[in-house]
Design a protein around this ligand. Structure first.
Ligand SMILES: NC(=O)CC[C@H](N)C(=O)O
Length: 201
């Protein structure tokens, strides 16, 4: 497959950093704001930011239903931090009216690592990422409280789940796009390529 086209949901959050990381991982990366822009992508990243704001804007821009439909249909997606929250089937402590796209059978806790520890970095060993642990940047990060059957837990930090995969959906509590280490984006672009190869059989 030639370079896959990977969109970054550009409603709010650290969109530019993901565009740079995806390009470094050999994808053609472009921002996606409108339903029509979803049509041409082979995969989609949902960035970190503020999940309540992303949720509100997704409804306002008419993106929530198209996003749900594409994810249900198997579009490869990768969510970081607020993006992980957007991919959760359930939030333990949602803001009133807060919706998610869903797609991963998990329950997440927002701002889970607590006030004293709002932002920190920690080495994270991720299943499927070769070599040294990844430097995980956690910023008011959620953790995954529980997962359903069939969810792969890819990483934990201090006993809490911080990276998961379900089929074509990948999510991390932390922000690999901020470190200059593109191995997690490469893991995702490989997932997108694998999907494309399976589709063309
Ligand atoms: N860095 C982040 O994406 C923070 C996530 C934010 N705490 C939320 O609930 O959406």
């Amino acid at each position: 497959m030639p370079s896959p086209v990977i969109g970054v949901l550009a409603l709010q959050g650290d969109v530019r950093e993901h565009l740079v990381a995806l390009a470094a991982a050999d994808a053609v990366a472009r921002p996606v704001r409108r339903p029509g822009e979803l049509d041409g992508v082979d995969g989609l990243v949902i960035p970190g930011g503020e999940s309540t704001t992303i949720s509100k804007l997704a409804v306002l821009f008419g993106m929530m239903e198209p996003l749900r439909a594409r994810v249900r249909a198997g579009l490869p997606v990768y969510g970081t931090c607020a993006g992980l929250i957007m991919l959760a089937d359930k939030i333990l402590d949602p803001r009133s009216g807060q919706e998610t796209i869903g797609g991963i059978d998990m329950i997440v806790r927002r701002n889970a690592f607590g006030r004293q520890n709002e932002s920190f970095e920690a080495a994270v060993d991720i299943e499927g990422v070769e070599g040294d642990p990844v430097e995980g940047v956690f910023i008011r990060a959620p953790w995954v409280e529980s997962v359903g059957a069939g969810i792969e837990v890819l990483a934990e930090h201090e006993g809490h789940i911080v990276a998961v995969r379900q089929g074509n959906a990948l999510a991390t509590s932390f922000h690999p796009e901020l470190t200059g280490d593109h191995r997690v984006h490469r893991l995702f672009t490989d997932m997108v390529r694998a999907r494309g190869a399976a589709d063309s059989l």
